[in-house]
Ligand binder design. Structure first.
Ligand code: NAP
Ligand code: HSE
Length: 420
């Protein structure tokens, strides 16, 4: 019998406890042992819960229980969760977590602390999709050339509903929260931080890059409007929040932002709460991983896969994929040096000479315009919708600042990168 303690019995924790019971037949046969949840830890015992396990508010009742073999951390947050899992490891307990924020900041310290104790985190990236296993084990023969995809279910759900139903941003975010997709603080989702946490975890496994969220370009979907969605439709694009890792010689660029992506691309066809990640290896070529990126049961499916692996007590891969550092270490590329194509939305006073002044600025920064549209808005103003050829991130940022300061520009211009 393998005994489990669950710290955090919310959306995912409840599903873990319930699936371990409902699918006990298949799970115990695959694990070669019965798996039992001995106790769950919550903040409040007064909440109504859809779960039949013993509950406590005292985390030490799990961490110090000698009968408990595996601690499953599903409480979220960074520093408090870090203290909890450190203590679990110190007490010799295997750890399973779905907490990408914790790993974005502390994965290397935890790998060091865990040493030979199992520390697994399949559910931390892309919910129910076994992407950690694929990257860490299935693709271990490859140099990874790129990783690109949709890594946040909440944003993909919201962008899909904005496109299909014209639904209001706040309303759909509320829906995503009710469905159990969003983080406790949903600004982590819509601000791009949750996708960045996941990208950083994948970048460690693929490239051995030890970076923190502060080191990379992170933007969310807060500025996307129906106008941008209409532009995307007209020019054959979808708007998606993407996580992108790309290796070029000895450098790796890592970035998370909303992107215009051609409708024909497979990633563009991924809608709703689904996630989809393309991984290109130098030997295997492109591989694509698709499935539910958030939600209690889908995430619990990945958490339980880790519990089963640990119960089998086979030797698993090193926590972050590398047994020792690779020769010719890769380094993180400066965000300012990244190249992309861009779409800009600029609201201007609709008067003589405005276009000429703007195009002169583009010329000054050597940014070449690919398409330009003018759409009238209220009060003798117009939206200029401009797409560019490849340009350097630092040049575009300077251009945007300059445009924002012009007297005939009515509001902060909006920029979305175009991924091709
Ligand atoms: P949740 O519904 O907010 O549940 C969190 C649980 O942790 C609640 O039961 C809460 O207790 C408990 N908790 C929080 N702080 C605690 C503390 N200091 N002491 C004791 N218990 C505490 O969150 P969730 O959606 O299940 O997510 C859990 C983790 O999985 C997070 O790291 C999240 O990022 C990750 N994750 C979630 C999903 C998803 O789709 N939801 C997918 C992948 C990964 P109360 O119930 O009493 O408040
Ligand atoms: N809030 C996250 C998302 C949960 O929406 O993708 C899954 O990690």
């Amino acid at each position: 019998m393998v005994k489990v303690g669950i710290i955090g019995v919310g959306t995912v924790g409840e599903s873990v406890a319930n699936i371990l019971k409902e699918n006990q037949d298949v799970i115990s046969a695959r694990a070669g042992a019965m798996i039992e949840v001995k106790k769950g830890v919550v903040r409040s015992l007064d909440k109504k819960r859809n779960v039949e396990i013993a509950l406590t508010t005292d985390v030490n009742e799990v961490l110090e229980d000698e009968e408990i073999d595996i601690v499953v951390e599903l409480m979220g947050g960074v520093e408090e969760a870090y203290e909890v899992v450190k203590k679990a490891l110190k007490n010799g307990k295997a750890v399973v977590t779905a907490n990408k924020a914790l790993l974005a900041y502390h994965r290397y310290e935890l790998a060091e602390l865990a040493k030979d104790i199992a520390f697994e985190y399949e559910a931390s990236v892309a919910g129910g999709i076994p992407i950690i296993n694929a990257l860490r084990e299935g693709l271990s023969a490859n140099h990874i050339e790129s990783i690109m995809g949709i890594m946040n279910g909440t944003c993909n759900y919201m962008l899909t509903k904005m496109r299909d139903e014209g639904a209001a941003y706040d309303e759909i975010l509320k829906e995503a929260q009710e469905l159990g997709y969003a983080e406790a603080d949903p600004t982590f989702d819509v601000g791009g931080f949750d996708a960045a946490h996941k990208l950083l975890i994948l970048a460690s496994i693929a490239y051995g890059i030890d970076a923190k969220p502060e080191d990379i370009l992170i933007e969310g979907i807060e500025n996307i409007t129906q106008e941008d969605i209409a532009f995307a439709k007209e020019f054959g694009y979808e708007i998606k929040l993407l996580g992108i890792a790309k290796k070029e010689r000895s450098e790796v660029e890592l970035r998370v932002h909303a992107a215009l992506i051609k409708k024909e691309e497979m990633i563009a066809k991924i809608d709703g709460v689904m996630n989809g990640i393309s991984v290109v290896g130098d030997k295997v070529g492109e591989t694509l991983y698709y499935g539910p990126g958030a939600g209690g049961d889908a995430t619990a499916s990945a958490v339980i896969a880790n519990i089963v692996d640990i119960a089998r007590s086979g030797k698993s891969a090193p926590m972050l994929g590398f047994d020792r550092p690779m020769e010719g270490k890769l380094t993180l590329k400066e965000s300012a040096d990244v190249h992309s194509k861009y779409y800009l939305r600029i609201n201007v006073n609709d008067k003589t000479g405005v276009l000429a002044k703007l195009t002169k600025l583009f010329e000054h920064y050597s940014i070449s315009i690919e398409t330009m549209l003018q759409r009238p808005t209220q009060n003798e103003s117009a939206n200029l919708l401009i797409s560019t050829h490849l340009a350097k991130e630092s040049d575009i940022q300077e251009l945007m600042d300059k445009i924002a300061s012009l007297e005939f520009v009515n509001s902060k211009p909006v920029m979305i990168r175009i991924v091709s």
